[in-house]
Design a protein around this ligand. Structure first.
Ligand code: SF4
Length: 271
């Protein structure tokens, strides 16, 4: 069976599990990027009942925000329920509140702005093993995200016996399916370019990823992001200024070379 068919089978199984466990349709999580676009197209082709959910991070590039609004309007006209979730605190408030910058090691922003959503629901994500070695080791096809990490269940293949075992579990917290987990990046681009209805304009501006502007996971492409959206650079510098003030108020020790928001930004952007 080819990967498209396998992904559709996974979506169908997940949709059944969602209705049986939560009495609610499967949620397709949508970021406006290529992986979630492929996932959305496969969900439409599978014929399942589903909803679509986007977590607004407040650091998304404006073209992504407009793109998502346009896609959701179109989907809602087709009778598909779409939800945009807004966070309690913006990225900028969060940095000041936590008194730290998001880094590759401390990604508190993802936890607060993206991951802590859709509780007591079954969700489908566009997570793929090809994205990083860590994902290959830690992410499965079906995942029961129990609050106690020792009770978390992750299944790495489509084996029926294991799936039955999984279906019998007490699924109280969020349950995740990753239908395109085994698609390579080349396969995703091919499907995105040739089969998907919607296209994020950032890709045509030369962007390879469309997550938050300045995301520490984006490494060197952050320089290009700040060149394309200089207002975000100013926003980070102002936020780091406030963060330094807050650290002072709280009596926290601060690196000697951090005398201003600009100093923090320079340290942060240079890794
Ligand atoms: S900046 Fe990166 S790590 Fe933080 S919320 Fe956005 S995508 Fe997640």
């Amino acid at each position: 069976m080819d990967k498209e068919k396998i992904a559709i089978e996974r979506l169908k199984t997940a949709a059944e599990m969602s209705l049986a466990t939560y009495q609610k349709p499967l949620i397709i999580t949508y970021s406006g990027g290529k992986d979630s676009e492929v996932l959305l197209e496969l969900a439409k082709r599978s014929g399942i009942e589903f909803e679509v959910n986007h977590s607004h991070t407040t650091a998304d590039a404006p073209p992504t925000v407009y793109h998502i609004r346009k896609v959701f309007k179109d989907l809602e006209e087709q009778g598909i329920k779409c939800t945009i979730e807004y966070p309690r605190m913006s990225m900028w408030e969060l940095i000041v509140h936590k008194c730290i910058c998001p880094t590759r090691i401390i990604r508190f922003c993802c936890r607060e702005l993206k991951e802590n959503k859709c509780k007591h629901r079954m969700i489908a994500t566009g997570v793929r093993w090809d994205e990083s070695v860590k994902r290959k080791k830690t992410r499965g096809i079906y995942e029961d995200m129990h609050s106690n990490t020792e009770k978390k269940i992750i299944l790495m293949n489509d084996n029926d016996d294991k799936r039955r075992l999984f279906e019998r579990c007490q699924m109280q917290a969020k349950t995740i399916v990753n239908p395109i987990v085994d698609f390579t990046t080349d396969e995703i681009w091919k499907f995105y370019d040739n089969e998907c209805k919607y296209r994020n304009p950032l890709y045509d501006m030369g962007f390879k990823r469309v997550g938050c502007i300045g995301c520490p996971m984006a490494s060197k492409s952050r320089l290009m992001e700040f060149e394309a959206f200089p207002k975000y650079k100013e926003l980070y510098i102002r936020t780091f200024d406030k963060m330094l003030e807050h650290r002072k108020e709280k009596g926290l020790e601060t690196r000697l070379e951090w005398n201003s928001g600009q100093d923090v930004f320079d340290w942060w952007i240079n890794g």
